[in-house]
Design a protein around this ligand. Sequence first.
Ligand code: NAD
Ligand code: IPM
Ligand code: MN
Length: 360
Amino acid sequence: STAFDIVVLPGDGIGPEITAAAVDVLHAVGARHDRDFRFHRHLIGGAAIDATGEALPAATLDAAQRADAVLLGAVGGPKWSDPKAPVQPEQGLLAIRKAMGLYANLRPVAPHPAALGASPIKPHLLNGVDMIVVRELTGGVYFGEKTRTATTASDLCEYSVAEIERVVRRACTLARTRRGKVTSVDKANVLETSRLWRETATRVVADEFPDITLEHQLVDSMAMHLLSRPRDYDVVVTENMFGDILTDEASMLAGSLGLLPSASLGEGRAGLYEPIHGSAPDIAGRGIANPYATILSAALLLRHSLGLEQEARCIEDAVSAALDAGVFTADLAPQGQAVSTREATAAVLAQLDVACPAVA
Ligand code: NAD
Ligand code: IPM
Ligand code: MN
């Protein structure tokens, strides 16, 4: 059987609960398809700060860089959020993305018919919604120079042509496998980085992707159109912070933050996979977090880093079947009808028997 090394970074809050669920599912899929998934757990975020004083210990980065793929839960929480602390958990996450060169963060948004009732948006607007947001992940205001005095603070937002080109190319390549449309989101009426973004996106598409339909949209009206006509979007490409904000908003199309997975990719095959949500300190340790976003991130891991398309589909079909069967955690369920993280995971494992029969 084929062996794959998967680094697991549970992190903080609900991180350990949801990564355990995804590892259980990967384990079951591996057994069925005779794949030898080797899991290597390492520290990141607040858990790493407590143990080593650093948010991204060298041993963790080293293991991640040697792995076939990385599965991450979430980092952060009130215990480590003192702004005067020398190091914060979130810095570990930004550092691993940057060090691994993971500049493209794919965040698919495809509301499941069985969960439409959990969305605050009217169901007739949601039928057929199927988009992928490609969020630039290693540039922009997250990584520019920061300054602070007693009375002023600044965060520099910087983008180079090369940084914009590579993420736009990734979005266009993805759009070719879908409906051939790319919406580039910026704030070109105000920001110089956005003017460069728009110019570069326009040129890349004209020179290299003449078959792609490119539209530009300002981020403020995009925040509105995302809810009023979500069906119109295929691939959306945008800079780091706009992508962060718009995808939490887009999660409401699906009904919960706990449903959206992500894949962070660079030039090589290795990638990092994590739900788009955070460590949910308000529900951590209670066994009630929705594990589906992390389980679906594991499916993306199989597809994009391990090349196991069939196994990826097994997981997606099993989650879909669990949703069809009404297996909802508290974020999705009507009062009193919610299942626990473990019960939701058990439902996915049971559905694998149907979605993913063992190979002979
Ligand atoms: P959050 O995403 O952790 O939670 C927002 C709300 O959504 C909360 O009410 C939470 O209970 C709920 N929620 C999130 N995931 C859920 C799930 N799987 N199941 C059920 N409910 C879920 O955002 P926040 O509260 O603003 O941030 C908390 C901490 O997480 C902060 O320290 C933040 O920096 C960190 N964070 C980390 C990541 C990451 O590691 N990738 C992402 C976002 C936020
Ligand atoms: C995310 C998170 C992170 C981000 C934080 C925790 C640094 O919100 O992954 O969406 O802003 O990228
Ligand atoms: Mn976010």
